[in-house]
Design a protein around this ligand. Structure first.
Ligand code: ATP
Ligand code: MG
Ligand code: FE
Length: 337
């Protein structure tokens, strides 16, 4: 069973062909990061226009490099939210047009559920139920994956997403864009105990997160040092910030796993590529006897293979979408529109 996945929710134009929801035959990713770099962030209008320009070529390349023709495809899956509405519409409309003209079934996929499903591709033996910490550029969620198409949100960020905090702190440190990978990299050269930044655990045993206080604390620290004419060591600031983020994320994930009495813990989203976060969860999962899973880096950040996987498993559970399906910029995990 072959699924063609299409993803254009933000600044990656991607198409993939996936066999039985788990085996990637192709996963073409065109990242617009170099285009948006000079603006220091994604410019929605620019992203939509670039998607329009290349979507057709990216889909053709996905089919070609998988060695299949459009007639061989059994299901067309595309992201319909959350994301930038203009960007979402490009991939969604293209997918619907393709499904209509070739008379294939079509399914709309939630981008964040897609991030979670990247784990099915990486770990062929992983099946629900499991607990998933989703940490991406725009979202931070603790999710109980009850079944292939059933998600329960245990907690989420009340302000900034984890990735957003990484990107903003990186900008304050003049590291460049996107900042997450750069903070990860220079932190390896710093002392993570150099500065004691605040960690927000919120109410006792709350599964919600908050990163805006930490972000402000880093910015205040940098301002204070600047006014006093003290040269900061960027590596120490980055490492100390990263430690504060990672410890809260990992601690809460472990609390949730214990509470649910669940065996399997997974990580998903762009920040799942963070080496310190992986290490901390690996350590704690081993200590408390949980199995720990995370996708390889290329499957952590935006890609269409994860969308194809999510679409496949939802379709096998009996779900499909109408060709009148619209894009929903604020689509929630588990929401069915
Ligand atoms: P969303 O999925 O919430 O809609 P998005 O698609 O823009 O947002 P992703 O592609 O999932 O986000 O992830 C991008 C984010 O991941 C960026 O914030 C980036 O800085 C962060 N990121 C990538 N690699 C790392 C890393 N090694 N350490 C920390 N953060 C990272
Ligand atoms: Mg991106
Ligand atoms: Fe994403």
């Amino acid at each position: 069973f072959l699924t063609l996945g299409i993803e254009t929710s933000c600044d990656e134009t991607s198409a993939a062909v996936v066999l039985n929801g788990r085996d990637v035959l192709s996963n073409i990713i065109f990242s617009q990061v170099d285009i948006h770099k000079k603006f220091g962030g994604v410019v929605p209008e620019v992203a939509s226009r670039k998607h329009v320009e290349i979507i057709s070529a990216v889909v053709d390349e996905a089919l070609n490099s998988a060695g299949v023709k459009i007639d061989d495809i059994d299901l067309v899956a595309a992201t319909y939210g959350p994301g930038l509405v203009g960007a979402l519409l490009v991939g969604l409309s293209y997918a619907k047009g393709l499904a209509f003209s070739t008379k294939k079934p079509f399914i709309g996929v939630n981008h964040i559920e897609g991030h979670i499903c990247a784990n099915y591709i990486e770990h062929k033996q992983l099946t629900p139920p499991f607990l998933c910490l989703v940490v991406s550029g725009g979202h931070t969620h603790l999710v109980h994956v009850k079944d292939y198409d059933e998600y329960d949100i245990l907690g989420k960020t009340r302000d900034d997403a984890a990735g957003e905090a990484f990107d903003k702190v990186a900008r304050a440190l003049d590291l460049g864009y996107p900042g997450g990978p750069l903070i990860d990299k220079i932190s390896k050269l710093g002392d993570e105990n150099a500065i004691d930044f605040p960690k927000a655990y919120l109410e006792e045993y709350s599964f919600d997160f908050s990163f805006s206080g930490l972000k402000s604390a880093v910015l205040n620290y940098l301002n204070k040092m600047k006014m006093q004419g003290i040269q900061v060591k960027k590596e120490d600031v980055a490492a100390s910030f990263q430690r504060a983020v990672v410890e809260v994320l990992a601690d809460k994930t472990i609390w949730a796993a214990k509470k649910l009495k669940i065996k399997n813990v997974a990580l998903a989203g762009g920040v799942a590529a963070n080496s310190r976060l992986r290490k901390e969860l690996e350590r704690l999962c081993e200590k408390y006897g949980f199995n720990f899973y995370y996708p390889s880096n290329i499957l952590c950040t935006d890609n269409a293979a994860m969308i194809a996987s999510s679409g496949y498993f939802a379709y096998k559970k009996g779900r499909k979408s109408n060709l009148s399906l619209n894009a929903y910029p604020n689509l929630k995990i588990g929401e069915r529109l």
